[in-house]
Structure formats: structure tokens, C-alpha cells
Design a protein. Structure first.
Length: 116
């Protein structure tokens, strides 16, 4: 099971996310679901770093990625970062809706949980 979690600030902006777990054996079709979740989360980090020029706190290891925005961002930077992270979240939710037995999304302060 892949579990994704986002946390938000009081204004509803995403400030942290974590994606962890595996969908199934690497040799099965479930590996494609795992690759999709990995691609979505890693692309969000690349967008924050390479497109917006931010330096989030990122931890990556096998089956795990977490990303926390720097606490000292200005308002404009926070909203731009939120656009990147909401796009990632939309992709993860779509993946959870398509594969609810393999992907779960928890949005603390948002619209709840997708997946089973």
C-alpha cells in the first residue's frame, strides 16, 4: 500500500507531504502504480527546487519521500509552492481513485481521504 499524506497551514496551503510504501512486487503491474506515485512526488520536489528556486527539507529513501517547505517563505512564495503541491495532490488523488486498494491519500486540513 502506498500512503500519501499532506499537511496544511491555517490558510489551507500545503506545507508538508510524505509518500511512503510500495504497491506490490517490482515484477508485477502494480510496480507501475508505484512508479506513478514516485514520479508525481519527485516532480513536485523538482518544481519547488528548479522552477520556484526554493530549498525545501527533503528526505528520500527506498519507498519513502518527505518534503517540508522552509518556514521563512513569504506569502507569494507560499502560494506559488502551493500551486505545485496541489497539482501533485490532484495526481495522487486520481491514482487513489483508480487504484483504491493500492493507494491512500490523507489530506490533513483538506478534503479527507481517498482510497480504501
Amino acid at each position: 500500500m502506498i500512503e500519501a499524506e499532506v499537511r496544511r497551514d491555517r490558510a489551507g496551503r500545503i506545507t508538508f507531504f510524505r509518500v511512503q510504501g510500495h504497491a506490490g512486487p517490482a515484477e508485477s503491474w502494480k510496480a507501475l502504480v508505484c512508479a506513478a506515485a514516485s514520479t508525481l512526488s519527485q516532480t513536485a520536489v523538482l518544481g519547488l527546487e528548479n522552477v520556484l528556486g526554493l530549498r525545501p527539507r527533503v528526505e528520500i529513501r527506498d519507498g519513502y519521500l518527505s518534503c517540508a517547505l522552509p518556514p521563512d517563505l513569504g506569502e507569494a512564495e507560499r502560494w506559488r509552492a502551493n500551486d505545485v503541491l496541489e497539482t501533485m495532490l490532484a495526481g495522487l488523488r486520481a491514482l487513489a481513485e483508480t487504484h483504491p486498494a493500492l493507494v491512500r491519500v490523507r489530506d490533513e486540513g483538506g478534503e479527507g481521504t481517498c482510497g480504501s
